[in-house]
Design a protein around this ligand. Structure first.
Ligand SMILES: [Zn+2]
Ligand SMILES: [Zn+2]
Length: 92
């Protein structure tokens, strides 16, 4: 990664997690949220969580991603439960 300039969101996206790049990413994300009209500091709002998406109606990339993962997980659990119930029904 010699060509990557540290302290940029670009470097962070390339996988660098050094302090400079993490901070640059945080600043860029905050700017992005502001551009969407999302308040920067909302009590209890933690980005990248399903609560951020559902409770705080945040629609930033991180919260949308968390919501997507949570929904996928929920569907997988439900599908597993349905399959188990079906198996149990057949076993009788
Ligand atoms: Zn870096
Ligand atoms: Zn968010």
């Amino acid at each position: 990664m010699s060509a990557v300039k540290h302290g940029t969101p670009y470097a962070y996206n390339k996988g660098c997690r050094c302090a400079n790049c993490t901070e640059a990413k945080r600043v860029a994300h905050a700017k992005y949220r502001r551009s969407l009209g999302i308040p920067e500091r909302k009590l209890g709002l933690e980005h990248g969580t399903q609560a951020g998406y559902t409770n705080h109606r945040c629609r930033c990339d991180e919260c949308k991603d968390a919501q997507r993962r949570a929904v996928a997980e929920y569907r997988a659990i439900r599908a597993a439960n349905v399959a188990r119930a079906r198996d149990m029904g057949l076993a009788k």
